[in-house]
Design a protein around this ligand. Structure first.
Ligand code: ATP
Ligand code: MG
Length: 405
């Protein structure tokens, strides 16, 4: 109980939501901020509902005075935005009055603005300001998070659709790939069977040409024509043979056996000697084991091509044409280089020689398939192939491939 309220201004500053009731519970005075909420107060009972303390309390001076040690929660009946005002009643002795001090109970910034209140309507010491500040920060954080969340949701949607597109594209690709594989193997089979079918009648023609007695060949101009026919047949046979080599390499699994590399290369030398009129000095040098484990058929096809090229593209203007084959064998790897002092390859031509059907010169016959097949074969053997060459000087073709154990 306080004796007397001396300075109403002090109350206005410290408790802007205060009010003073007389013994009949009529408003004697209302704080400046409360005035904003209740511009025309009529009476305590008319304007406020008592939310707390609950049961037992009545709208009478005595009843309220007996609860001065309790927190009061009042609901302004005519203001929707501010749901509650929380505070305490203090009895005054002279004149007999009840002083209420407190402030609105605000849980959200919106209701604060809706009630037409501003920060400065609160006393500086009012902790509600901190709460409002806190709410504002929280609100901002929530808004930021909502923003981020929205962005993430959007990105997620984008990713989901991208993923769908990629899955569809992959599916499409897989389909195309398997179609392509099917077409490829059909094409391989087709090439193989056609080459086979073409080769049998060709071999018959070849045989028949050889059966024509020399005597008959020498009469009139037929001799020349027969020689040309034989040459053409041989060329056609070689082309078919190459197509078969290509097809075999792509169709058949690797077949690893142990064999003598010396025997293989000397066999190639002998075949070439048989088919070349001029003399080319072919030599073989080997370091390491003479036996190797690899795919014999593929390696022989490859070496026939590059040693054959070294002989074929010899320099016909010199009389000491040579081909040197060097084999280096360690336990895991085999390197074979084929060097010649032939016509060599120009810088411009060099990058194209492994292309399918590419021919650098028409001076000698060929299909342009040889090195393409070599490249495919070395790929199947898991090795590499290199070339160094200078026009007019000669070439070195080297292959290197892993050995099976
Ligand atoms: P094919 O081997 O199919 O009968 P080709 O010998 O012309 O025909 P590749 O073996 O693929 O085909 O060689 C491609 C080209 O590379 C040749 O036309 C030739 O110009 C060049 N070439 C290859 N080896 C040598 C070499 N040792 N010396 C000079 N040129 C070469
Ligand atoms: Mg060739």
């Amino acid at each position: 109980m306080i004796k007397r309220l001396s300075d109403p201004q002090l109350l206005d500053v410290l408790f802007p939501f205060h009010f003073i009731l007389d013994e009949g519970l009529a408003f004697v005075q209302t704080g400046p901020s409360l005035k904003k909420l209740l511009p025309d107060p009529i009476s305590f009972e008319h304007d406020f509902k008592l939310v707390r303390p609950g049961l037992g309390i009545q709208y009478s001076f005595e009843s309220i005075s007996s609860y001065t040690d309790q927190v009061f929660i009042l609901k302004p009946k005519s203001v929707d935005a501010v749901s509650m005002i929380k505070g305490q009643f203090v009895p005054v002795e002279e004149p007999k009055q009840l002083l209420f001090v407190g402030s609105p109970w605000i849980m959200h910034e919106d209701s604060f603005a809706k009630a037409g209140l501003k920060i400065r309507d609160f006393a500086i010491h009012d902790s509600l300001i901190d709460l409002l500040q806190h709410l504002r920060v929280q609100q901002m954080t929530v808004e930021d998070m909502n923003q981020v969340n929205k962005m993430l949701t959007r990105k997620n949607e984008e990713l989901v659709s991208l993923n769908k597109e990629m899955t569809a594209a992959r599916h499409d690709l897989e389909l195309k790939n398997s179609e392509l594989q099917k077409i490829n193997s059909e094409l391989d089979r087709f090439v193989y069977s056609i080459s086979h079918d073409l080769r049998s009648p060709l071999l018959s023609i070849k045989g028949m040409l050889q059966l024509i007695p020399i005597k008959e060949k020498t009469t009139d101009g037929t001799n020349k024509l027969l020689k040309m026919a034989e040459k053409s047949v041989n060329r056609l046979d070689q082309t078919i043979q190459e197509i078969l080599d290509y097809s075999r390499n792509s169709r058949l699994e690797l077949k690893i056996t142990e064999f003598s590399i010396i025997q293989m290369i000397e066999g190639i030398f002998a075949d070439l000697k048989y088919s070349t009129e001029e003399n080319v000095d072919c030599t073989l040098e080997i370091s390491g084991s003479t036996k190797i484990k690899s795919d014999k058929y593929r390696l022989e096809t490859l070496l026939k091509n590059i040693i054959g090229n070294a002989v074929k593209y010899r320099n016909r203007e010199v009389n000491n044409a040579w081909v040197k084959v060097l084999v280096k064998n360690d336990k895991t790897n085999c390197t074979i280089s084929v060097a010649d002092n032939g016509i060599g390859i120009s810088e411009k031509t060099l990058p194209k020689i492994f292309d399918m059907f590419y021919r650098g010169s028409n001076a000698v016959s060929g299909t342009g398939l040889g090195l393409y097949i070599c490249k495919e074969i070395i790929h199947r053997l898991g090795g590499t192939m290199d070339v160094e060459s200078k026009a007019g000087k000669g070439s070195v073709f080297s292959i290197s491939f892993p050995l099976s154990n």
